[in-house]
Design a protein around this ligand. Structure first.
Ligand code: DGJ
Length: 338
């Protein structure tokens, strides 16, 4: 009896110690680890993008949790006021096969813009599939899809799909400049490069080519920092990581410099692929965060995130080796946990 009681006590104490240790893990960003939302579920916002409305950050991405209805594709929405703690706001978009895209159609890399004039939230995503003729490739259509909502968390209503500027478009990225101008970044295989294109006044169309960067790169991410534009891209290696590279320009229209590695090339971007750069300007400093996905193609729901503050300035950009770090959203300061 006593032995059983003691054993039970031991188990309970172990559980307690374990829980306390877990609870005491400092509030930080842990690149590559599971990232629990406020309900303890791993965040499902892959190939994602961030939109800031007043003091709230919204994180949209491919939702790939287990048990989703295979007849639909889902875009998730999470909200946070510090970029560290995230609350799941639900499925911003739940879409069944649009425009005869084909049974194996894909929805990737959703990005949401807020249009202050129309007061609408406009979502862009890479829409692809074999198309009406079918076939084995799910990447034949090469279009963007758009969806619209009155609220950041949705529900978004599908609008249409098209090829931006009439061009094949696969990975997309989003860039909003300091003056509020909104751009879609898209990779176009036949042109062997990627485009930066401005949106129409209502954001529902891609209107004008601003820059074409002749470099076969996807996962395009752009930031405007201390008077320079920095563009990051990833080589066309499917889900496999590769050394992501960056170029700079004094004007968004270019000319752009040559592309250089953002990290030691043998590190393969520490197993990740770029999706966006986010600039956090606080009372003391500005931090630019590199947002990337660590894809797990066979177990997509378990794909991880690599978010790290970049060393950036004077035309140089470097992604440091991933380590846990904290962000002070008020001051803008990032600190690596020693
Ligand atoms: C690389 C892209 O960046 C991803 O979004 C996805 O399309 C994979 N290719 C598919 O192989």
């Amino acid at each position: 009896m006593t032995t059983t009681f003691h054993r039970l006590l031991l188990v309970v104490s172990w559980l307690f110690i374990g829980q306390t240790a877990f609870a005491q893990k400092p509030a930080a960003i842990y690149p590559g680890e599971l990232w629990p939302d406020s309900e303890g579920n791993h965040i499902q916002a892959h190939g994602g993008g961030i939109l800031k409305i007043k003091k709230t950050y919204y994180w949209y991405g491919e939702e790939r949790r287990k048990g989703l209805d295979p007849d639909f594709r889902y875009v998730s929405c999470y909200a946070s006021d510090d970029l560290v703690h995230w609350k799941f706001k639900g499925d911003a978009l739940k879409l069944s096969e649009p425009d005869s895209a084909g049974k194996t159609w894909v929805l990737e890399r959703p990005k949401v813009f807020y249009n202050g004039k129309t007061k609408k939230f406009v979502m862009y995503f890479h829409l692809d599939g074999p198309g009406p003729e079918g076939g084995r490739s799910s990447y034949k259509l090469a279009r963007v899809g758009t969806a619209i909502s009155d609220k950041p968390e949705g529900p978004f209503t599908y609008v249409r799909s098209f090829r931006p500027l009439g061009l094949e478009s696969r990975d997309i990225g989003q860039f909003v400049d300091d003056d509020g101008s909104a751009y879609l970044v898209f990779e176009s295989r036949p042109s062997k490069g990627f485009y930066i294109a401005s949106l129409s006044a209502d954001y529902l169309n891609v209107e004008k080519e601003v820059s074409f960067i002749r470099s076969p790169l996807e996962g395009g991410a752009i930031v405007h920092y201390e008077g320079l534009y920095y563009a990051i891209g990833s080589a066309l290696t499917g889900w496999r990581a590769n050394p992501n590279k960056y170029a700079t320009a004094t004007s968004l229209a270019g000319p752009w410099s040559e592309f250089t590695d953002i990290a030691p090339p043998e590190a393969n971007t520490y197993g990740s692929q770029s999706t966006m750069m986010v600039k956090v300007t606080g009372t003391k400093t500005t931090t630019v965060i590199f947002l990337a996905d660590i894809w797990k193609p066979a177990t997509q729901w378990d794909s991880r995130y690599l978010w790290m503050p970049l060393e950036i300035g004077g035309g140089k950009l470097r992604l440091p080796a991933p380590r846990p770090w904290t962000l002070n959203i008020k001051t803008g300061e990032a600190a690596i946990i020693p």
